[in-house]
Design a protein around this ligand. Structure first.
Ligand SMILES: N[C@@H](CCC(=O)N[C@@H](CS)C(=O)NCC(=O)O)C(=O)O
Length: 324
């Protein structure tokens, strides 16, 4: 794990000394948008038109943020239009690499480069910052369109509708105001909350993350007792953003990140809801438990210095969910 400083790689773990033991996630740097007519989006520059074959996604199967983009690529029927490279699950001194393995790490399909950082350097040779996935790459301009998953899924949600004819809408206009606070709470206390608990290097930082995490899970359990999805009858981006954390909860976050007051399976509604989303056609194929379990336990040396990869719980995501 490391970062780029003025285009040079430094092998460095997260600096929690300056934040009182707290994990602070850095802001994504590339914030352009693909839009239906190529006009500039809410940030960045214009010119990213929704052309078939023009864009490439770099993902890790382990990463919950990258996982969102793979789910939207599938739901919005973009698999024939946007190609994908998968990094190796082990993220060590060189960060994400393009080594290959037999569980689905593909190497860099575009340029055959060795490291994910080389993609960032190709976009900007002087860049400073962390080398994160997902990366949405433009083959035409040879640059990064975006490395912010919450924005990539919104591009996928609508920008390519004219190309694919798929007009399913996971961010409907009339629900946007209601989705925003739910997304915010889930991001802060669950999606990022598990990382704040797991990467904390003081008891105070851990305590500050763990209590709101389980309060939110209790709140979600109640909400899903009376509603099929977070927004009622309508499946939205809020559900998919939550799903990628829930599916990793018992295999990884419960043990490795010390999120162990309860397991996902101890929340009957949340667990059935997770199974329902998992059983959505094509979604199971986006979930790679081999990479998920291997990545966290093997890569985070400060948390798991002997890199023992645990056996993991027996969970059956294909059990009937009984919802709906
Ligand atoms: N804001 C980004 C966060 C992405 C992110 O932090 N990805 C992690 C993997 S789960 C990563 O690549 N970390 C490498 C690092 O921090 O050096 C997004 O949602 O797209």
């Amino acid at each position: 794990m490391g970062l780029l400083v003025d285009g040079v790689w430094r092998d460095k773990w997260y600096d929690t000394a300056s934040t009182g033991g707290k994990f602070k996630r850095s802001e994504a740097k590339f914030r352009n948008w693909i839009t239906a007519n190529g006009a500039a989006g809410p940030s960045g520059i214009g010119g990213f038109t929704p052309d078939s074959g023009r864009y490439h996604l770099y993902v890790s199967h382990a990463c919950p943020w990258a996982h969102r983009t793979l789910i939207f690529r599938h739901l919005k029927e973009l698999t024939d239009h946007i190609s994908v490279s998968v990094v190796h699950p082990d993220m060590l001194g060189d960060g994400w690499t393009f080594e290959t393995d037999d569980h689905g790490a593909t190497g860099d399909k575009l340029y055959g480069l060795p490291f994910a950082r080389d993609i960032y350097l190709k976009a900007d040779p002087q860049i400073s910052g962390r080398v994160t996935v997902p990366i949405l790459w433009d083959k035409e301009r040879e640059t990064i369109v975006s490395n912010e998953s919450s924005e990539i899924i919104r591009m996928f949600n609508s920008a390519f509708d004219g190309l694919t004819g798929n007009t399913d809408d996971y961010w409907p206009e009339e629900l946007r105001d209601a989705i925003a606070p739910v997304n915010d709470r889930i991001y802060d206390t669950v999606n990022n909350g598990v990382y704040k608990a797991g990467f904390a290097t003081t008891q105070e930082a851990y305590d500050a993350a763990i209590t709101p995490l389980f309060e939110t899970l209790d709140w979600l359990e109640g909400r899903l007792a009376g509603n099929r999805y977070l927004m009622g009858d309508r499946l939205t981006e809020a559900d998919w953003r939550l799903f990628t954390t829930l599916v990793r909860f018992d295999p990884v976050y419960h043990g490795h990140f010390k999120c162990n007051r309860k397991r996902l399976v101890d929340h009957p509604h949340l667990w059935a809801y997770t199974r329902e989303l998992y059983q959505t056609p094509g979604v199971a194929e986006t979930v790679n438990f081999a990479h998920i379990i291997r990545h966290y336990h093997y890569s985070h040396e400060t948390i798991n210095p002997h890199r023992i990869v645990p056996i993991g719980p027996d969970l059956d995501f294909t059990e009937p969910h009984g919802r709906g």
